[in-house]
Unconditional design. Structure first.
Length: 761
């Protein structure tokens, strides 16, 4: 709470005021001021003190003052708080101010309720607990916006040309695929096939290709073949003769024998000598028999078969087949994986020729000496083995290419049905996937995903915060509607509020409500057509002020920290009707018993005096802002001097009642005791001070009856006691059932007469 106002300097009407520095401010402080003296300025100082906002003070810098505003206040505990150089040393929390600023910011401005009013009122209705929930929610909303900004920055760091059609979130969410390179290659081939459908449709697959073999087993058998039925003596004799003739002798003689036999002449075809007597010719006939001729034919056929299989057009056809393989592989390798042909036909020709010549030479040697056993040389075997190794490579490659024909058929089918646009999109996505896990982009995506995860966690917290806030709103707004209507009822307002609720607008949360007059409901927000009832036309100035007060009191009622609050109320009765002033007085008295401190400022002495009379006498103080030269000062106010006017008013009401023919009222019965309380301090100031209790005075009078210091004689003491006994029936502190106490007009007349008679002495 606020203990003292030590200094007001260079602000508004206050030049340099310290006259109130020694006046302690209790729980209830009443401040009177004529209009224009500085009441609103003091209210603004207290508002600034509560919020820490310097503007309410700075904008009231005293005109003509050379130095800036300077304020010093003393809180209930701790060091003094100073406003100097445009700032407070600290704020005094828990200050609630009702003034024109409160109304203008939270209820209405002029004749309209704007969105800003409903937003501010929303925060006031929520109270400290709700505001804490709302702040927590808004903080999470703001945090999500920060996450969004961070995500945009981290997303922009990932090159758009790498992401393709994917946004940053989709790109970073891609999952790794170990075979992505192979998938890209396959997709590119499929796309290429789809774009070249005609060529693929007409392109041939791979033909089978192989190399002929060398049958060494048959060749070896032929080379080892002889004629076992021949006369070995004849064979030995012929071979000995042949050895002496030289190379090719056997074929030469064999040819000669064929000529002799074919001519039928017994003479030698060379020398024409008679052959019948030659023993060597007989040996020749045995040696060069039919079996011998057959063997030679077999040898010759083997040589011919060798030449036809391994010579002529065969190597050229093989070389052409290999070339076709290479051409087709070059075409199809654009669309699928194929084995590398990799055959060197020059090598093939070389090893093939070497093997063929080696085998042919062996057969030629056999042909030259058919009856001679010949073995294949190691060189011939090595040449054939080298050829067989090459031939095996050709066989394996041919099998692989034949197997690849199945893949080629699939390529043809896909090409026929492929969608180039869709395939291109697939390739772009696969390339993005590959780039996603590149060393350059993996850290960027990791940062993005980490931010995304944190945002998700924040969103979950926001959802929980929203649930808590919505649950709180659901409970607080209906009860607030009940509370506000209770105050409107006390003020005797001809309207009430309906549909008090929280709503979410683009600018934030707001309080929406309608004014119900009779059966008509008038929304205070939104556009209203011309000529239709509205807040501006439906409520009078007094109604609008009553509504603002009802809002303020209802908010304080629901404030769990009210016992710690300093409540400042500046001129609450502006435009209020008389019956609403009484309600305001009663509510301020009640508030003074619940809040830490209540400070009421007004230009109406009667209003302040009425609050004073019913307030706790032990914790109240009255101040006034009075003229001091060209400015104003703050000083103590002797309120008792101004209370006489209220006493006179009651006195006049009692006299008027006796003079009229009307019936008595509870209000008149309640006025008897205050009349006595105002009379006795004037007549007996030494024994009855303002604010003393009548019962205590009666007892004091009884104690001094008959003494030299007698106050009242026995008769007047008894009369005062009788009147007091009757009057106490109509006051709550002396009769708990005072509200139900019946007023008898005849009885009331008697006690009014006795009271007026008592006060004439």
């Amino acid at each position: 709470m606020l203990d003292r106002i030590r200094l007001l300097r260079n602000i508004g009407q206050f030049d340099s005021v310290s006259s109130c520095a020694n006046i302690a401010l209790p729980r209830l402080v009443l401040v009177y001021a004529d209009n224009g003296r500085g009441k609103t300025t003091l209210s603004a100082v207290l508002r600034s003190l509560g919020t820490g906002d310097p503007i309410p003070i700075v904008e009231r810098h005293r005109v003509g003052a050379a130095n800036p505003p300077h304020v010093v206040v003393q809180p209930g505990s701790g060091a003094a708080i100073t406003f100097q150089d445009g700032a407070w040393t600290q704020a005094l929390p828990n200050v609630a101010v009702f003034d024109d600023v409160f109304v203008d910011e939270n209820v209405y401005s002029g004749l309209s309720v704007d969105p800003e009013h409903r937003q501010n009122l929303h925060e006031l209705i929520l109270g400290s607990q709700g505001v804490a929930l709302s702040k927590a929610f808004r903080a999470l909303v703001d945090r999500i916006e920060e996450h969004n900004r961070a995500l945009r920055q981290k997303g922009d760091a990932i090159p758009a040309n790498v992401r393709g059609s994917l946004n940053a979130e989709e790109f970073c969410a891609l999952q790794p695929r170990p075979a992505v390179d192979e998938e890209i290659q396959a997709a590119e081939r499929t796309l290429a096939a789809a774009r070249d459908q005609a060529s693929i449709r007409n392109a041939a697959a791979f033909d089978s290709l192989d190399l002929p073999t060398f049958d060494l087993a048959s060749t070896e058998a032929l080379l080892a073949r002889d004629l076992g039925s021949l006369d070995m003596a004849a064979v030995a004799r012929v071979q000995a003769h042949l050895a002496g003739i030289g190379a090719g002798a056997e074929n030469w003689i064999a040819d000669g024998m064929r000529r002799v036999q074919s001519s039928g002449s017994p003479a030698c075809p060379f020398c024409a000598q008679e052959l019948s007597g030659s023993p060597l010719v007989a040996y020749y006939r045995t040696y060069f028999s039919a079996a011998y001729e057959d063997l030679k034919r077999v040898i010759a056929r083997a040589i011919g078969d060798l030449d036809s299989t391994h010579s002529g057009a065969v190597p050229a056809a093989f070389e052409r087949g290999v070339r076709v393989w290479g051409e087709r592989r070059q075409f199809w390798s654009r669309f699928c994986d194929l084995p590398d042909v990799g055959l060197d036909t020059a090598v093939a020709a070389r090893v093939w020729l070497a093997a063929r010549d080696a085998v042919r030479n062996s057969l030629a040697a056999k042909q030259a000496a058919p009856l001679e056993r010949i073995e294949l040389s190691a060189g011939t075997r090595a040449a054939v083995e080298a050829f067989d190794r090459y031939r095996l490579r050709v066989d394996q490659l041919s099998e692989s290419l034949q197997a690849a024909n199945a893949t080629i058929r699939v390529v043809k089918e896909q090409a026929a049905s492929g969608n180039p646009a869709a395939l291109a999109a697939d390739i772009t996505r696969l390339k993005a996937l590959k780039a996603r896990f590149s060393p350059e982009l993996t850290p960027l995506c990791g940062a993005y995903l980490a931010e995304k995860k944190t945002k998700t966690e924040t969103e979950e917290k926001r959802a929980r915060a929203r649930e808590a806030l919505d649950a709180y709103r659901t409970s607080v707004f209906p009860s607030y509607e009940t509370a506000i209507n209770l105050y409107l009822g006390k003020f005797g307002a001809g309207f009430r509020l309906t549909n008090v609720a929280s709503s979410t607008t683009r600018a934030g949360s707001a309080c929406t409500y309608s004014v119900a007059i009779g059966n008509a409901s008038i929304p205070v927000g939104g556009s209203i057509g011309a000529g239709a009832p509205s807040f501006r036309t439906a409520l009078s100035a007094g109604d609008r002020n009553a509504l603002a007060l009802a809002f303020f009191f209802a908010i304080l009622d629901r404030d769990s920290s009210l016992k710690d609050k300093v409540v400042v109320i500046d001129d609450p009765i502006t435009s209020l009707d008389e019956h609403r002033k009484l309600t305001t007085v009663q509510e301020i008295r009640r508030l003074a018993g619940n809040a830490a401190q209540v400070i009421v400022l007004s230009h109406s002495k009667a209003f302040l005096c009425e609050i004073w009379e019913g307030a706790d006498k032990t914790c109240r103080e009255a101040l006034e802002i009075g003229r001091d030269g060209a400015g104003s000062t703050l000083r103590g106010w002797v309120i008792h001097h101004d209370l006489i006017t209220e006493h006179d008013r009651r006195h006049a009401q009692l006299r008027s009642y006796l003079e009229s023919s009307g019936s008595g009222s509870r209000k008149l019965a309640e006025a008897l005791r205050p009349v006595l309380e105002k009379f006795l301090p004037v007549v007996y100031p030494d024994h009855f001070a303002p604010g003393d209790v009548l019962g205590k005075f009666v007892n004091l009078c009884r104690q001094h009856i008959g003494g030299k210091d007698q106050i009242l004689d026995a008769q007047r003491t008894q009369e005062l006691d009788d009147i007091l006994s009757y009057a106490n029936k109509f006051h709550h502190e002396t009769n708990r059932a005072y509200e139900t106490e019946a007023v008898n007009d005849g009885e009331l007349v008697g006690f009014v007469q006795r009271t007026l008679a008592f006060t004439r002495h």
